[in-house]
Design a protein around this ligand. Structure first.
Ligand code: ACO
Length: 277
């Protein structure tokens, strides 16, 4: 992991995500109070991702300090992420991590296990206890697009270029991205975006719900900072309960959702007022 061979310390928290081949992780991880920042940090390779990147992401999720409320996922350099490391398509693959041709020879159970571990790196970003914010500039291709989709919110620079390139390469998107994509833009648009592998730029991303906000490239960090301030301004437990409600809304009937609202509110009222005389 570039720049993270030794444990880093910030805000009193020490984290070592250097298991495996550090240079293959391509991640930096910092915690500052209630804010955690994950930075894809191989700008010279446009933040290409490997299995080690996803294992490191999963481990960050496993060990995230309880006090963290907001997780920012960002990329160093001109691109958020150019997706999976293209060395995976070569016979040699990524040193220590194999290649697609070696993955093709795995049995179904072994492949499933490997993929699940990779997906674990993305899934925790949806936890109700946190809000994840992707700060996306330049290219977000394939695994990069899916990492942005794994986050709750996407604030993008005006040079953003989303592309679900997997079908053009003979693959399917399998890093948890298909469900949020359909939920955000609808089935027809998701089919269009994936099956043409076309590029979605900033204006369209905002219009179809892929991005919450578009800002000038130089304003991306300050826009994320402002969003974090807003997110931290609400009551933590109420925010967690509300996210839980919103996440469950799609799969419940209106009646079930009303009941879920009641149950969460009863719990909130108990927490807020039961301690009072
Ligand atoms: N894997 C490994 N290395 C990469 C990747 C990648 N996905 N993307 C870029 N790089 C490397 C390039 O090989 C180059 O390395 P070098 O300087 O040693 O030659 C360096 O990053 C810069 O790349 P350029 O192509 O020169 O940068 P540019 O800004 O012109 O283009 C772009 C950026 C458009 C992202 C281009 O690099 C690209 O198309 N990359 C491949 C995208 C891709 O197909 N990803 C896989 C998607 S499928 C999936 O993720 C499952």
């Amino acid at each position: 992991m570039a720049g993270a061979k030794a444990p880093r310390e910030r805000g009193g928290y020490t984290e070592d995500v250097s298991a495996g081949q550090p240079e293959e992780h391509g991640l930096r991880f910092e915690v500052d109070g209630e804010i955690a920042t994950i930075t894809l940090d191989r700008p010279d390779k446009r933040n290409a991702q490997t299995f080690a990147t996803w294992s490191a992401l999963a481990r960050i999720g496993d060990e995230l300090p309880e006090r963290v409320r907001v997780v920012v996922v960002r990329g160093e350099g001109p691109s958020f992420s150019a997706g999976i490391d293209l060395r995976m398509f070569t016979p040699e693959g990524v040193p220590g991590q194999g290649s697609f041709s070696s993955a093709a020879r795995l049995g179904a159970a072994a492949f499933e296990q490997r993929l699940r571990q990779a997906q674990r790196g993305f899934l925790w970003l949806r936890r109700p206890e946190i809000v994840s914010v992707a700060a996306v500039q330049g290219h977000a291709i394939g695994a990069g697009f899916q990492l942005a989709l794994a986050c709750d919110l996407r604030i993008v620079a005006d040079d953003v270029k989303f592309c679900m390139k997997e079908p053009a390469l003979g693959l399917v998107p399998d890093l948890t991205g298909t469900k949020p994509l359909v939920e955000l833009v609808g089935l027809a648009r998701a089919i269009d975006i994936c099956l043409t592998a076309r590029t979605v730029e900033a204006g369209e991303a905002l219009r179809i719900g892929l991005a919450e906000q578009v800002v000038a490239r130089d304003d991306l960090d300050s826009a994320v900072h402002d969003k974090i301030a807003g997110l931290l301004s609400t009551n933590r437990d109420a925010a967690t309960a509300t996210k839980r409600l919103l996440q469950g809304a799609r799969s419940r009937t209106l009646e079930e959702q009303c009941a879920a609202e009641g149950a969460e509110q009863a719990e909130r009222l108990r927490a807020l007022f039961s301690a009072q005389p």
